[in-house]
Design a protein around this ligand. Structure first.
Ligand SMILES: Nc1nc2c(ncn2[C@@H]2O[C@H](COP(=O)(O)OP(=O)(O)OP(=O)(O)O)[C@@H](O)[C@H]2O)c(=O)[nH]1
Length: 373
């Protein structure tokens, strides 16, 4: 297997129907600062429509014609990605990253799973992040009507609000607050007619060895005493606490309230058994409803922390931060889930504070804490 850093980063571009994904891609593929990008598109409905809309489509744009990416053609995705890689190795294509554009209603989960677990592609590609576009004009209505849209927001590493030219500042503020309420860990940026600095689209996860503690905090949505270095720059909305009361979101925000998130910090290193117990049990009981789990964990007896990340029940291989220089041994874990009571989520995370009380004769741990589901 290649070293992890050699794998080609993959960005999943998702978002509401008509939110402006193709418009954004059009800008991106022509932006010299974006580097060499292969675009994989799937279609829902008229074959080739979006492909025709991609101006100056290069041979690095691959169209998948089999229908909805998320359900029927995961095998096709694997074949397409493998074929891209083979052509790259033969010198027929040159690209440094891949962007997969999903249909407006695709659930990013299964696509992410294919990238992580498929034998053909997992050794060559790594997930770089999920980018979700929400358009300011129709976004609130879409969130009211489609729980899939709420899921897409909850799963995102980065949220791009498009069509900001069509709404007032207060409408924009309300949507920004609503998006933070669903996913408080994702950065929110504003897209202007598809124009967005490529630097804010890429390197979104902290799943890499050289990650800095600031990047890690940003990824985990941990409030830092330092001012947001990007706040106030044109096109970037600062993160705000997810303190938006549901009542103020209007009567139609019932979909939003199905999403819960919880986070925990544990100051002392966590026994490996306890961490495994927590994660295995959470996944076994609630796997399909887990949208994102991410965190940094300091395991007892290991000198460096790990960053880890999962979408539903599928996890990337944890990344050991062997060059971590900080003395801080605080583990931080964030869970975003649907249809799980927030207090239950919090209760589950409390398991991580558990200390083994008792050991059986064979050395195995006797757990005295139960998960609250
Ligand atoms: N006013 C305005 N229109 C925009 C903006 N971004 C995109 N559009 C328009 O919105 C429409 C839909 O944009 P697309 O880029 O095709 O959206 P999409 O997400 O690819 O659409 P689907 O693939 O059908 O889900 C087009 O007419 C765009 O020109 C924006 O920032 N402002």
């Amino acid at each position: 297997m290649e070293r992890e850093d050699d794998r080609v980063p993959v960005t999943l571009l998702t978002g509401f129907l008509g939110a402006g994904k193709t418009t954004l891609l059009n800008h991106l593929i022509r932006d010299p600062d974006a580097g060499r990008i292969a675009v994989v598109m799937n279609e829902f409905g008229d074959v080739g429509l979006d492909h025709d809309l991609i101006e100056e489509a290069t041979e690095e744009t691959v169209l998948m014609q089999s229908g909805c990416l998320c359900c029927s053609i995961r095998g096709d995705l694997a074949k397409t990605m493998a074929s891209l890689m083979a052509r790259r190795k033969r010198g027929e294509l040159a690209f440094d990253r891949v962007v997969i554009e999903t249909t407006g209603i695709a659930d990013p989960g299964p696509i992410h799973h294919t990238l992580i677990v498929d034998d053909l592609i997992a050794p060559h590609y790594r997930m770089d992040g999920i980018v979700t576009l929400a358009d300011a004009a129709n976004g609130p209505r879409t969130l009211d009507a489609q729980f899939e849209a709420v899921n897409q927001v909850a799963m995102a590493d980065l949220l791009v609000i498009t069509k900001t030219d069509l709404v007032s500042t207060s409408q924009l503020d309300r949507l920004t607050d609503r998006l933070h309420g669903i996913n408080s860990t994702a950065r929110v940026v504003l897209g202007d007619q598809g124009r967005i600095a490529p630097g804010s689209l890429f390197n979104l996860t902290a799943m890499r060895e050289g990650v800095t503690s600031d990047e890690l905090s940003d990824w985990l949505g941990v409030s830092s005493s330092k001012p947001d270095p990007l706040a106030g720059l044109s096109g970037l909305a600062p993160k705000t606490p997810a303190a938006q009361p549901m009542a103020s979101l209007g009567a139609h925000a019932h979909h939003d309230s199905r999403i819960g998130s919880a986070s925990i910090e544990v100051a002392e290193p966590i026994p490996a058994d306890v961490f495994d117990f927590w994660l295995d049990t959470l996944i076994a009981l609630k796997g399909p409803d887990i949208l994102r789990i991410k965190g940094i964990v300091h395991v007892e007896g290991i000198d460096w922390p790990f960053v880890f990340h999962g979408v539903q029940h599928i996890f990337d291989a944890p990344v050991p931060l062997k060059s971590w220089s900080g003395k801080d041994t605080t583990s931080r874990v964030v869970v975003i889930a649907r249809d799980i009571d927030k207090s239950h989520l919090r209760g589950s995370l409390e398991t991580l504070r558990m200390r083994p009380q008792e050991t059986r004769a064979d050395g195995s741990l006797v757990h005295t804490t139960e998960m609250p589901f």
